[in-house]
Write a protein that binds this ligand. Structure first.
Ligand code: FAD
Length: 452
């Protein structure tokens, strides 16, 4: 068993942990990053499957994500825009595909008026929320006690309007059933992107990608750390006291003054803390759980939808794949579609055989793009629910009432143990941008403590 000593031990080589490690190193502190997997990046994973380069995890960057944009520029990476020429497609309750342009779905004038009215109301509510402190709003407890679905249904009895409003923060973002998340969580999700309108604007929220894949961010951050990153080292035990910490992984032990837990909060309980974490953390961490979404890639010889004048952007709260986009790589002749199957729909298709699941998902894509979608040359489902060191996608959120009850304690250190992860972020919540912000924040706190 190798034993080393550092100023700070970082558990997890995702965007949060690697950002923190680089910031600490820049400030002159020594670090060791222990990573459970045989690769860095965590939920950022660019891989080649049957000859197709696919973004298995996170990929898009929106203009508000300034921490990620700065990091991408600092690492010298190039970006490109998602293909968006032509019409989008919406499948309505009757199952018919309608082409449209702009942000408003082609619904009846009555439904459109309800969506517009509630969007305005939601934007006003979101404007009152500080994404870094949603629990501080005077109505936080009230808004956290009502489900997102129940609140919307109390505003209107127009089912199509409710479904369209609900899925932007539900299936598309928190990836939990809308009865399982609170209005406050939903407002936080929107506030973290600047406004509810930003969140539903695909051209804003799914703006840019990195040429060659977003996993280059953690790969290059890890490269800067050189031999301070240790793979295949799941941390099993963390001993801690006012004197410092000892992290015991499978093949090594790191003694340090401070620790950063840079892993998804649902995994904290995989580590044996000696002594145990305080009561508050034991309770709080149990109220956070992962959402669940399958990201599906289908690669075709050509981007056939473009020839039909379609952008590839498609939505429907009635479809198995509630949203889908053109996800062709930069400079590639083949065409790639990406679709998402979320929460209850994801549970449902995982009860089917792999062949049946593929058929059902491709059939859903064909409702948007036509029968050509049924026959891809490469088909791949990201299944983060089966990943031992993640256990869901995209990220963790509180159950009903948890955010107002525990939120203010989420980022508080426990003695020498600090917490950093996209799932704890305010601005950039559940996104790579939030992971980078949390990594920077925790590193700054540690540097301040060391210098005090
Ligand atoms: P993670 O990436 O989860 O990193 C934590 C690391 O800790 C992992 O490497 C894990 O292996 C390691 N670890 C866990 N336990 C231990 C242990 N005991 N010991 C040692 N190591 C451990 N975000 C966007 O901005 N844009 C997108 O388009 C986008 N799309 C997404 C699509 C999918 C399918 C998924 C899954 C996520 C997506 N996200 C997206 C979210 C984004 O990828 C994450 O929010 C972000 O990457 C999380 O970074 P992190 O460092 O906080 O956590």
């Amino acid at each position: 068993m190798t034993e080393i000593t550092r100023d700070v031990v970082i558990v997890g080589a995702g965007a949060a942990g690697l950002t923190a490690a680089n910031e600490l190193k820049k400030a002159g502190l020594s670090v060791a990053v222990l990573e459970a997997r045989d690769r860095v990046g965590g939920r950022l994973w660019t891989d080649t499957i049957e000859g197709a380069m696919l973004e298995i995890g996170g990929q898009w960057i929106s203009p508000d994500q300034t921490a990620l944009i700065e990091t991408v520029a600092d690492l010298g990476l190039d970006t490109f825009s998602r293909y968006r020429e032509g019409d989008s497609v919406y499948v309505g309750p009757e199952g018919t595909a309608h082409r449209f342009t702009g942000e408003m779905f082609p619904v009846s004038p009555e439904t459109e008026a309800v969506i517009a009215r509630l969007t305005e109301r939601l934007d006003a509510m979101v404007a009152e929320i500080d994404p870094d402190r949603p629990w501080a709003h005077e109505k936080a407890a009230e808004w956290d006690s009502v489900s997102w679905d129940a609140w919307l249904r109390a505003q209107t009895d127009d089912d199509e309007a409710v479904r369209n409003l609900a899925f932007a923060t539900g299936s598309a973002m928190l990836t939990k059933p809308t009865h399982a998340i609170s209005l406050l969580e939903s407002l936080l999700m929107a506030a973290s992107a600047g406004s509810y309108s930003n969140l539903v604007d695909a051209d804003f929220i799914l703006d840019k990608r990195v040429v060659g894949g977003l996993q280059q961010v953690p790969l290059l951050l890890a490269e800067r750390l050189g031999e301070d990153v240790f793979l295949n080292q799941p941390v099993r035990t963390l001993e801690w006291s006012d004197e410092g910490v000892t992290a015991v992984a499978d093949g090594m032990t790191v003694r340090a003054r401070q620790a950063i837990l840079a892993l998804a909060p649902v995994l904290y309980s995989r580590i044996s803390f000696v002594p145990a974490l305080p009561r508050l953390q034991h309770q709080m961490h149990q109220h956070l759980s992962m959402g669940f979404v399958i990201k599906v890639h289908a690669v075709y010889e050509t981007p056939f939808w473009r020839e039909k004048g379609l952008s590839g952007t498609a939505f429907s709260p009635y479809e198995l794949s509630h949203e889908a986009y053109d996800n062709s790589n930069h400079g590639e002749e083949r065409g790639t579609l990406v679709g998402f199957v979320s929460d209850l729909n994801a549970d449902g298709v995982f009860e089917l055989s792999a062949d049946e699941r593929k058929q059902r998902i491709l059939t859903s894509l064909s409702h948007y793009y036509g029968p050509e979608a049924l026959d891809p040359v490469v088909y791949y489902e990201s299944d983060w629910g089966s990943e031992e060191w993640t256990r869901g996608a995209y990220a963790a959120s509180f159950d009903l009432g948890g955010l107002s009850r525990y939120g203010k304690h989420l980022r508080s250190a426990v003695g020498p143990i600090h917490f950093a992860c996209s799932d704890l972020a305010g601005a950039g919540y559940q996104h790579v941008d939030g992971a980078i912000r949390m990594g920077r924040l925790v590193a700054a706190q540690i540097v301040d403590e060391v210098r005090a």
